[in-house]
Design a protein around this ligand. Structure first.
Ligand code: PFF
Length: 451
């Protein structure tokens, strides 16, 4: 069934929507804790390389498939390669963002809780502030309640179609978040003992480079840019025909990388100043930032509360735009391919993500003893998605564009039917990355993991 699809209004809107999906908890929550767990600077170097060599080509590949077909993942594959098995790739990439949404909403819920907790940080003792996170997540109901609130917010926005409003809104909150992270980084650097954190971020210790570091860095690059799950593909299907795929990809990746590194500098120096172990895991940001706010509170409680509230509010906005993009992939599939009503699609996905999310949330408390292949439920799903499903999806997208689509179609899409002053050398380089470098890199990482 042909439907008239919406398109984004301007190049700025495209980059903002894609950046809205890309910039989220992955940058502010996941990047610092991954960098802490996998050895600091060495991890960051591999992460930057993986972003440029592996992730960026996939960004281009997804953009090409999405805009060429004007459809979500499943429909796109069916349209561009009718009657082939490629549509199953589409299905795989519909499932992974829904799994991510489940545990992402748990962390989104933590931000909701911390938003309210902001009013107390100034009054708390230092050890109470850093210890709060452990108490909070090991409790049963509060994190589930917060997860529910976050997920309802996501479902409500996707259902109510106020996404445009949210996008307008994040155009204001993103710059605020950026300034706040900058302020926090500068303040954190002024704390005694923070120098070790800077050293940790800039002085690589290559002895810490193991296959699992490389896998984690690659997974982070994919997660952070929302790749391999059809999100960018789906957003690109709303892109106008005269947008420049190269420019929007570079713009989004640039913003995203910058945000992550900045968040690293906002968190890691303070981690060392607060005496928290850099490998403390998923809670590290939630332990460290309140520590900074609490210290600020010594000078001015009002400032502490204000900055903390604004910070968690803007994080929430960033998390929302990312979570919306995850839900959108599934909703596009169910409404376009299964002709489901939008509200049933949203209800179905929200319900699924809620149940799986509850299990993830409990895995920090009552279900902490449940291990899947040695990991908690939360870690297992996160590793399954970031280290396997996202790279696998990305690999299949590059193979599709590099080997299945006709090179002239790809060239046509990349250069907007030849209207962009196509730099043939740039196109050749991008194709080289899509056809050989990215697939070979991902396969090599998979092999190293299996071996
Ligand atoms: N890129 C998002 C972040 O960094 O928070 C996370 C994400 C969004 C992953 C959308 C996957 C996705 F489909």
């Amino acid at each position: 069934m042909e439907r008239k699809r919406e398109t984004f209004g301007s190049r700025f809107a495209v980059v903002m929507a894609m950046a809205g999906s890309a910039i989220g908890l992955g940058n502010i929550w996941r990047f610092p804790y991954m960098a802490g767990e996998y050895g600091g600077a060495a991890f960051i170097i591999v992460y930057i390389a993986a972003s440029l060599i592996l992730a960026l080509p996939i960004f281009f590949a997804e953009s090409i498939i999405g805009r060429r077909s004007g459809l979500g993942t499943f429909g796109a594959m069916e349209k561009l390669a009718p009657g082939t098995g490629w549509k199953w790739v589409g299905l795989l990439t519909v499932l992974s963002p829904i799994i991510i949404l489940s545990y992402y909403s748990v962390v989104g819920g933590w931000s909701v809780e911390y938003l309210f907790k902001s009013f107390e940080f100034a009054r708390m003792q230092e050890n109470e502030v850093t210890g709060f996170f452990g108490l909070f997540i090991s409790s049963t109901w509060m994190p589930i309640l917060a997860h529910t609130a976050f997920l309802l917010l996501v479902g409500g926005v996707v259902l109510g179609g106020v996404r445009k409003g949210i996008e307008q809104f994040t155009k204001i909150t993103m710059p605020i978040l950026f300034v706040l992270i900058l302020v926090i980084a500068i303040y954190g650097l002024s704390l005694p003992g923070s120098g070790k954190g800077v050293e940790y971020l800039v002085k690589p210790d290559f002895s810490k480079l193991t296959p699992s570091t490389v896998t984690a860095a690659m997974g982070q690059a994919f997660f952070s840019l929302s790749l391999g799950v059809g999100t960018i593909l789906t957003y690109a299907s709303y892109m106008k025909k005269d947008e420049n795929i190269l420019v929007s990809g570079l713009g989004t990746a640039g913003f995203d990388l910058f945000f992550a590194i900045l968040a690293g500098f906002a968190v890691m120096p303070a981690v060392f100043a607060a005496g928290i172990a850099p490998g403390a895991g998923p809670g590290i940001v939630f332990e460290t930032l309140p520590y900074i706010f609490n210290k600020m509170g010594a000078a001015s409680p009002l400032l502490c509360t204000g900055i903390s509230f604004l910070f968690f509010f803007t994080i929430l906005a960033a998390a929302l735009t990312s979570a919306i993009s995850m839900m959108e992939v599934g909703v596009a599939f169910l409404t376009e391919e299964k002709e489901m009503h939008r509200w049933s699609a949203v209800l179905l996905i929200t319900g699924f993500a809620w149940i799986v999310g509850v299990l993830c949330s409990l895995s920090f408390g009552p279900l902490s003893g449940v291990k899947i292949l040695g990991n908690s439920i939360f870690d297992f799903l996160d590793k399954l998605c970031s280290n396997w499903l996202l790279p696998l999806g990305g690999l299949l997208f590059t193979l599709f564009v590099g080997w299945k689509m006709s090179p002239s179609d790809v060239f046509d899409e990349f250069t907007n039917s030849g209207t962009l002053k196509a730099n043939k050398a740039v196109f050749k380089t991008v194709m080289l990355l899509i056809r050989y470098v990215a697939p070979a890199g991902i396969i090599a990482v998979f092999i190293s993991l299996l071996v």
